[in-house]
Design a protein around this ligand. Structure first.
Ligand SMILES: Cc1cc2nc3c(=O)[nH]c(=O)nc-3n(C[C@H](O)[C@H](O)[C@H](O)COP(=O)(O)O)c2cc1C
Length: 337
């Protein structure tokens, strides 16, 4: 087990930026400094190397790897992605190289090539012991900061089982807490009646942070063929269409727990990211937008910097959770109609 204090992106602490005062976007979270709040979302940036040369990874906050399971997985039959009116639908099915190859082929590149970008490994399993095995075996390795625990994939059988069952989630988080001292961030599913209950439970069981949110289940139909477009029949909807839900659920999660949150869902611009930050997110992740423009994460970073400068805000932390609500607050901001 490697203590958090000993874990930089390379397994050591990152060097200070050359003659910069503390940049406005820098924050200390999970015991380390994030130079930027913008990360690349799991499943949309491979294992990092795929973006090498495409964007300067070491200028942004970091990335979350594709899900890693104990065994390699081949994923779902095609088509696995399709465009929707405001985003995309995917049913990749957690296709991944498995833990052994992740350790031997993917992690070394992250360890040797990223100085300042923080890396989270997205972890998935079918049982508590599966998750525990991934975390325990990875924990002796260097080259990443912590874990994002995926309990929220709608594209595989049982993929949201842990994320929608309070007792199962409590057992999982509690067990993983015994496997590592590194940061454990639980990626919540939007598909529950009250995300706050799950956010609070993660905190009680010892998690260090939350990611909100994963995709929403959805379906597209090819009317000529009278068949589902996606080979798996249904998939997870992401992109701009889910931004308002992501912002809302981040807000709900932040009111229910004091854990730092990574806000995710439909972020394309600094103004999108700021909505999540005002709602309570300390960090944000950019996913689907990368498929439209791989440089969008960097653009979000630059837009945030420009926003703070324009408004003479010295630190992003001032904006985290700084949403101002109308007074008196509505009795239940969750209802509609
Ligand atoms: C093609 C694709 C693959 C994904 N794979 C994963 C995954 O392996 N693990 C995970 O936790 N989330 C996965 N996600 C969900 C994203 O990380 C993110 O939560 C979601 O897409 C919402 O953000 P966005 O609207 O910016 O894409 C995937 C999303 C897409 C589009």
């Amino acid at each position: 087990m490697v203590p958090v204090s000993a874990v930089g992106a390379r397994g050591g602490s990152a060097p200070p930026r050359s003659n910069d005062p503390r940049p406005r976007l820098a924050q200390t979270l999970f015991g380390v400094e994030f130079q930027s709040p913008v990360l690349l979302a799991s499943g949309t940036c491979g294992y990092g190397r795929e973006y090498d040369g495409l964007i300067p990874l070491d200028r942004i906050g970091g990335l979350v790897t594709k899900a890693v399971s104990v065994e390699p997985r081949t994923g779902n039959p095609p088509h696995r992605i399709a465009e929707t009116p405001a985003g995309m639908i995917n049913a990749i099915g957690l296709h991944n190289v498995g833990l052994d190859r992740f350790i031997s082929e993917k992690l070394p590149w992250l360890r040797d090539n990223l100085e300042r970008a923080r890396v989270f490994v997205n972890v998935v399993g079918r049982t508590v012991e599966d998750y525990a095995e991934v975390v325990s075996r990875l924990d002796v390795e260097e080259g990443f900061l912590g874990y994002e625990i995926n309990v929220s994939c709608p594209n595989v059988k049982g993929g949201t089982m842990f994320g929608t069952d309070e007792a199962a989630l409590a057992e999982l988080v509690g067990r993983l807490r015994t496997c590592t001292e590194r940061p454990i961030v639980v990626k919540l599913t939007p598909n529950v009646p009250d995300i706050g209950v799950f956010a609070r439970l993660c905190e009680e069981e010892g998690a260090d942070g939350l990611s909100a949110i994963n995709t929403f289940p959805g379906m597209l139909i090819d009317v000529d063929r009278r068949r589902p477009v996606i080979g798996n029949v249904s998939g997870g909807v992401s992109g701009p269409a889910i931004l308002p839900m992501g912002v809302y659920l981040t807000w709900r999660a932040s009111r229910a727990s004091s854990l730092p949150i990574m806000g995710i869902g439909g972020i394309r611009s600094a103004r999108d990211a700021l909505q999540y930050i005002l709602a309570g997110a300390s960090l944000v992740q950019v996913g689907t937008a990368l498929f439209v423009d791989p440089s969008s994460a960097e653009a979000v970073h630059e837009g945030l910097e420009a926003h703070l400068e324009r408004h003479a805000i010295s630190s992003l932390t001032e904006m985290v959770g700084a949403l101002e609500l109308p007074a008196p607050p509505p009795p239940d901001a969750g209802t509609s109609g």
